[in-house]
Design a protein. Structure first.
Length: 400
């Protein structure tokens, strides 16, 4: 086959989508080299939902993501609060098995449930690119936590994991604790507000996490807010701090650690010199002044942040140890109005993708694409148009 014929077989969209990135595209005669050239021409892409977007039970989402993967490298996917539920979790899991470029995935507040969590966990056993995963607020339960924990025994790429507000309970906490003894890649872990009835993680789960911290050598950031650890949990965490030499950020806010827990942590801080940020704030201001004084004295002049009560400026939002947002991210659409990208090329790509409900809304420098997805309306009408323009900014996944 001649080179000219080979060029004619390539999708026209490929040529159009390359132009705004100022990429040089060189074809050789062999099909293997041509495939490599096509892959190299793809741009890194941020996909983020617009405000109010829903994909109920994942309807229509998997096909659109697979279509995107055909002409760009999706590296960040933000599907926060999209109504995915268990069905959507299973569809995202299928995408994770096929996608080899995604590094950041936000599935917060999607009611995935135990089944959706187990599906994601199964995909994590095979996926080798994902490094940041937010599963907060999905009611994963103990079953979901146990599945995630089992996946972390074989997954070697995930470094940031948010499991906050998932009703993990004591059993889920113990499952996560067990894997922390083995896992050597996870550095950031969020377990805040994991209640089961009124017991939260409880003493059992909290003490199991504390025991794991004695041997874990990779975790640097840990959020345990709102888990009713109690005095026993506080004392267990304190004992772990005497041995742990990697943890730098620890949030124990709103756990009613009691005077015994506070005094134990104060004593541990005299030996531990690696912790640089610590939150012991509680809504009831349970720390007596004597305990606060002991903690401050043990903290010394190491710098960083020490929070002991509400007056320190702390809040129930914690110490902001975990951030999964896209670089330069705002609401997605704002970036489409900024200056600095190739407007003509962006408009051409938007027109080319219209039939698939995919719209390019901007370019972020050279080699980074910002994309929004539309979903067909329930009345069967055409997908509502999205503004296309030029500019730097994060992308969005959208639906009307």
């Amino acid at each position: 086959m001649g080179l000219q014929n080979a060029l004619e077989l390539l999708p026209q969209e490929l040529h159009r989508k390359m132009r705004p990135a100022n990429r040089t595209f060189v074809l050789r005669r062999t099909s293997k080299t041509m495939c490599a050239a096509v892959e190299n021409a793809k741009l890194d892409t941020v996909v983020k939902r617009r405000s109010g977007v829903k994909f109920p039970n994942g309807a229509g989402l998997q096909d659109k993501l697979n279509c995107l993967n055909a002409w760009c490298r999706v590296t960040l996917l933000d599907l926060n609060d999209c109504g995915l539920q268990e069905g959507g979790g299973r569809r995202i899991a299928a995408v994770l098995r096929e996608n080899h470029t995604l590094t950041n995935l936000n599935l917060e507040n999607n009611s995935l449930g135990e089944g959706g969590g187990q599906a994601i966990a199964a995909a994590l056993r095979e996926n080798r690119t994902l490094t940041n995963l937010n599963l907060g607020g999905n009611s994963l339960g103990e079953g979901g936590a146990q599945a995630i924990a089992a996946a972390l025994r074989v997954n070697t790429t995930l470094t940031n994991l948010d499991l906050g507000v998932n009703s993990l309970g004591g059993g889920g906490g113990q499952a996560i604790a067990a894997v922390l003894r083995e896992n050597r890649t996870l550095t950031n872990l969020n377990l805040h507000s994991n209640y089961l009835g009124s017991n939260y993680l409880g003493g059992g789960g909290g003490q199991a996490i504390a025991a794991a911290l004695r041997v874990n050598t990779t975790l640097t950031n840990l959020d345990l807010r709102f888990n009713e650890l109690g005095e026993g949990g506080g004392q267990a965490i304190a004992a772990a701090l005497r041995e742990n030499r990697t943890l730098t950020n620890l949030d124990l806010g709103f756990n009613s650690l009691g005077e015994g827990g506070g005094q134990a942590i104060a004593a541990a801080l005299r030996e531990n010199r690696t912790l640089t940020n610590l939150n012991l704030c509680d809504c009831d201001n349970w720390l007596e002044e004597g305990v606060k004084s002991a903690v401050r004295q043990s903290w010394g002049n190491r710098g960083g942040t020490l929070e002991l009560d509400q007056d320190d400026g702390s809040s129930s939002d914690g110490m902001s140890l975990f951030d999964y947002s896209a670089p330069g991210d705002s609401d997605g659409e704002e970036g489409a109005d900024e200056e600095g990208a190739d407007e003509e090329g962006a408009e051409e790509q938007a027109e080319e993708a219209e039939e698939r409900d995919i719209r390019l809304v901007g370019l972020e420098g050279v080699g980074r694409r910002i994309v929004q997805l539309d979903r067909e309306q329930d009345d069967g009408g055409a997908a509502a148009p999205l503004d296309s323009g030029a500019g730097a900014g994060a992308g969005a996944v959208g639906s009307e």
